[in-house]
Design a protein around this ligand. Structure first.
Ligand code: EPZ
Length: 421
């Protein structure tokens, strides 16, 4: 098991390039199943989760080949489906595997996808995915922990209303509706930028979609979809993470290939906390405005609210701010597993149900800590970069799921960080 050794206290200075968005790449790869024509994706990030998704679609019948020497350019071609199954051993490692459900049903009228099971941050059911597909005429059965879905006569357009926004369910149903007979409306759709990015690829494949990015998405089904080429949007969570890396270390980073507005509500909250964010041609500059960070309350909300995927990172930042910050997590049931680890580094945090009260401290102190899930892991990296002395972070395979070349990017801007097997 690899570990990260970090010696903190160095203000980070320099430039970081943001990679393609993990949470856009995963549905985009699944979307390539919708056509027998080639789909070419650019800016594909080199991440464990992306490799898992590629392996899954390859099992289903997709050939995935690197194109033109550029590592991030992949050509996906599924002339025919050899399997309709997403097996448990893949789905349990990565919940996003359920995103093949809609495309398989739409293209072949059948799918057998393992239920995701729980994960570190909560039970995360897929009831909204399944109810929506049933509304479109699919027959769904749960057999031996698998979703067995059938739509022998194909899917039909439907009006689907979500009681709460779900990114994955919106993506699955939007993909399924592109090949359904008739038109569909998704009301209460999630509005994340990754959903807009997926709609851009689908439209360039010939799908008829309006309203992606708003809470009402309308899709007119078509008989078949064509191939297309698409460049994946930048990773807004990675961009936000590096903005906080600059702030927590008292350094100054130029974050490139990520427009500032991608930070959404996190932008205002960071400015309120005393982080200066200045727009540049293809990104932004991030540093402390006047040396002091102020405690600021945040509540995670569906986009355009404060991203739950930035909550752990923001908590690390608040642990060295002046004053107190109330951090409330409203999306997932159990997304505070970074708290006891941050406390080991000297943070003063108490959890009360869905809220954590952070009282800022002068300095954090290095110590051995353990990563528990993707975003918790990177919050420990941020804290370690600011802490006095050495921190050893264990189980960093979580990090490799969502941050491309993290230690290289940080070392390039002065971090004393080393990966040891
Ligand atoms: C996506 O997960 C992201 N993953 C998550 O990022 C992100 O945290 C999440 O959206 C929220 O923004 C990908 O895009 C691959 P949801 P997803 O469906 O689609 C409940 C990361 O770190 N729910 O919007 O699984 C669910 O339990 C990951 O990159 C149902 O109850 O999230 C959760 O509490 C972590 N029934 C809430 O809705 C359903 O059918 C939001 O889930 C579906 C979801």
């Amino acid at each position: 098991m690899d570990r990260l050794l970090i010696t903190g206290g160095v203000p980070l200075e320099g430039t970081v390039w943001v990679s393609g968005a993990k949470n856009a790449a995963l549905p985009l790869i699944a979307a390539s199943l919708l056509t027998d024509r080639p789909v070419e994706l650019d800016q594909v990030p080199e991440l464990v989760d992306v490799t898992s998704m590629l392996r899954l679609v390859q099992r289903i019948g997709t050939s995935a080949t690197h194109v033109g020497g550029a590592p991030g350019r992949i050509r996906l071609h599924t002339p025919e489906l050899l399997s309709h199954e997403a097996p448990y051993d893949l789905v349990r490692k990565m919940r996003a595997s359920v995103l093949v459900l809609g495309p398989l049903l739409a293209r072949a009228g059948r799918a057998r996808v393992s239920l995701p099971g729980g994960c570190a941050i909560g039970p995360r059911p897929i009831d909204l995915h399944l109810k929506g597909l049933e509304r479109m005429g699919a027959r769904i059965e749960l057999v031996d922990g698998y979703v067995e879905a059938r739509a022998p006569e194909g899917l039909r357009g439907a009006e689907i209303e979500f009681p709460q926004p779900s990114v994955g369910a919106t993506e699955n149903l939007m993909m399924a509706a592109t090949l359904a007979r008739g038109s569909s409306r998704i009301v209460g759709a999630a509005r994340e930028p990754e959903i807009v990015d997926l709609s851009l690829l689908l439209r360039s494949m010939g799908a008829r979609i309006e309203g992606a990015g708003t809470s009402v998405i309308e899709i007119e089904g078509v008989a078949r979809l064509d191939g297309a080429r698409h460049s994946i949007m930048p990773d807004r969570i990675e961009a936000g993470t590096y903005a906080m890396a600059a702030a927590i270390t008292g350094g100054r980073l130029e974050v490139r290939n990520a427009p500032l507005e991608l930070l959404g509500a996190a932008r205002e909250k960071l400015v309120e906390a005393g982080v200066e964010l200045v727009e540049t041609a293809d990104g932004f500059l991030a540093r402390r405005a006047n040396g002091i960070l102020e405690g600021v309350d945040v509540m995670t909300r569906p986009y355009p609210g404060f991203a739950t995927d930035l909550q752990a990172q923001f908590m690390a930042l608040m642990s060295v701010a002046r004053g107190a910050a109330m951090v409330t997590e409203t999306i997932f049931e159990n997304r505070f597993m970074h708290v006891p680890e941050l406390v080991r580094l000297g943070a003063r945090i108490t959890v009360h149900g869905g809220s954590a009260l952070v009282r800022g401290v002068e300095r954090l102190k290095g110590a051995p800590v353990m990563a528990t899930d993707l975003r918790a892991s990177v919050s420990l990296v941020l804290a370690a970069l600011a802490a006095e002395g050495r921190t050893e972070i264990n189980r960093i395979y979580h990090l490799d799921r969502g941050y491309e070349h993290l230690e290289k990017k940080l070392a390039a801007v002065g971090a004393r960080i080393e990966r040891v097997p």
